[in-house]
Design a protein around this ligand. Structure first.
Ligand code: C2O
Ligand code: CU
Length: 545
């Protein structure tokens, strides 16, 4: 039988020490990462979120479709106004026809740095037989420690043009701890394992601004799923995760009983000017049978000099089991959109200078002020957003050097793209830069999309579609648009409402690398936007009460 889980969360400050920095940061119930939420497919969550710290907050359930519960999705000023200090909001939604590894995180400013946690949905049917007998499931949450409240860091960052890569105060963490290679750490977090057993690692990249390689010393990883969808199993020594991606991995304890570190290191996109690989964040698997004096083995990570390990990994991604779908042949929207950064004038009033901004179709998205797009849409309020998100890119003859005149100057606006219910939508994202910028992890709210193609250079609409995978494309909610290349995705707009699409690097998102879809209602209430289940936080202007 399905269950309803009632949770009471306080977003409040906790004083924590990591990497020798003691800071008071926002957390869920005082924990970093927040509590693990574990439910079964079909269950309902009713989570009352009360804001007990100074920054306005909202909560997002990353990867959960929110069919008929658009008001529980959570991005600030997109589906709701933020919960102010002292206020609360109840997020209620049912997780239907989805299972796997998800997470929740604050969806405003950079609060998600410390306000996040695992959301695990156990399948209705049991795990596919390819999972074998799983002895234990272990959530592995990748995070970052800023050495100061992340919102303060953000404010400083947005006021300068300094690339974040130059910042020294960011420490990677595994389940909240950087581990033994960092100062002021009390050794590694230890997970006891038995020999000749299989463990399911549910790995979540909740970090704000870095992609990571994950690896376990001396053990092979069998990848079986990602973003809540099954993948055709394959083995690898290490796997890449962009912020917003999750991966399910099996590890069999078939090595000599001992102590084996596992963890993350910065990767896999080689960046011009990036400092040498940082120090990995590590935790440890310790075989029950290991002798206490055994010295731990450290994992290896690929060096970030070529894209080969990343491309080899991506080539192995195929949907599996009930994650394989047949995509309809007829496209209702066939779009080619550019993504990258450009210079735009900062917001008035003066004085202001030109700033680097994040762009999709050369437009930097401005959140509406004092209301949300969803509330404006549902109430028919005028003037909050425009529906003229451009279909044509300024130019697709991008030179990929970052000096293309078409992409030197962008504009800003609150422009949305309207879809009809049931539209079969294909988007090719063309990255307008070659060097010096990371892959952009594009994340779509309210849907999974299918990754049908990916390549380097300028997308060729005559040639490249011939190589698209329309047979078993892997389903994701977050996937990288390659540095100096393109990514082709497809999805069905079968979720009426307002859905954000954005780069899951927070620094790019706060630069405006985001846009919004509004999917119109179809027929009858089953295909229509449903009203909010609980009173929404107060907006300061317009919108619903
Ligand atoms: Cu995980 Cu809109 O985000
Ligand atoms: Cu980006």
């Amino acid at each position: 039988a399905w269950k309803t889980h009632y949770l009471d969360w306080e977003i409040k400050n906790a004083t924590l020490t990591r990497d020798c920095h003691t800071v008071s940061v926002a957390t869920v119930n005082g924990m970093f990462p927040g509590p693990i939420v574990e439910i079964n497919e079909g269950d309902t969550l009713v989570i009352k979120v009360t804001n007990k710290q100074i920054y306005p907050v909202t909560m997002h359930w990353h990867g959960i479709r929110q069919f008929h519960t658009n008001y529980a999705d959570g991005p600030a000023h997109i589906t709701q106004c933020p919960i102010q200090t002292g206020g609360s909001y109840i997020y209620e939604f049912t997780v239907d026809s989805q299972r796997g590894t998800f997470f929740y995180h604050a969806h405003i400013d950079w609060l998600r740095a410390t306000v996040h946690g695992a959301l695990i949905v156990h399948p209705l049917k049991k795990l596919p037989s390819t999972y074998g007998k799983v002895e234990q499931e272990i959530p592995v949450i990748i995070g970052e420690w800023f050495g100061m409240p992340a919102n303060q860091y953000e404010a400083g960052f947005l006021n300068t043009l300094e690339p974040l890569e130059n910042a020294t105060s960011i420490t990677p963490t595994i389940n909240g701890y950087p581990g033994p290679k960092y100062n002021c750490s009390k050794g590694a977090q230890v997970f006891k394992v038995e020999k000749k057993k299989t463990y399911l690692l549910r790995i979540i990249n909740a970090a704000l601004n870095n992609d990571y390689w994950f690896s376990v010393a001396d053990h092979k990883l069998t990848v079986v799923g990602a973003d809540g969808n099954y993948l055709k199993p394959f083995t690898t020594k290490y796997l890449p995760l962009l912020p917003g991606q999750t991966t399910d991995v099996l590890v069999t304890t078939n090595q000599k009983p001992g102590k084996y570190y596992f963890g993350i290191n910065v990767g896999p996109i080689p960046i011009v000017g990036r400092p040498p690989p940082r120090i990995p964040a590590l935790a440890m698997f310790e075989y029950e049978e290991a002798s206490s004096s055994a010295s731990p083995v450290t994992p290896k990570f690929p060096n970030n000099v070529t894209l080969k390990p990343l491309n080899q990994y991506v080539a192995k991604l195929h949907a599996f089991g009930d994650s394989v779908i047949t995509l309809p042949k007829k496209l209702n929207k066939d779009l080619i959109w550019t993504i990258g950064t450009a210079w735009v004038d900062c917001k008035k009033p003066e004085p202001c200078v030109q700033k680097v901004m994040g762009m999709i179709q050369n437009i930097s998205f401005d959140d509406p002020v004092g209301t949300s797009i969803l509330q404006a849409y549902a109430s028919g309020a005028n003037g909050v957003y425009q529906t003229n998100f451009p279909d044509e890119a300024p130019s697709l003859k991008v030179n990929l050097t970052g000096t293309d005149p078409h992409y030197r100057n962008g504009t800003r606006g609150t422009r949305v793209k309207t879809l009809n219910f049931g539209d079969n939508v294909r988007i090719v994202f063309q990255n307008v830069f070659a060097a010096g910028i990371l892959d952009h992890p594009v994340h779509l709210h309210g849907h999974d999309f299918y990754v049908i193609g990916r390549g380097y250079g300028i997308y060729n609409s005559a040639k490249d579609p011939k190589s698209f995978n329309l047979v078993d494309p892997p389903a994701y909610n977050t996937f990288g648009v390659p540095n100096g290349g393109w990514l082709a995705i497809q999805f069905i707009a079968n979720n009426p409402g307002v859905w954000l699409l954005h780069c899951h690097f927070d620094r790019h998102k706060s630069w405006g690398m985001e846009m919004v879809f509004i999917t119109k209602n179809g027929h009858g209430s089953a295909q229509s936007l449903a009203p909010p289940l609980h009173p929404l936080p107060k907006c300061t202007a317009g919108g619903l009460p």
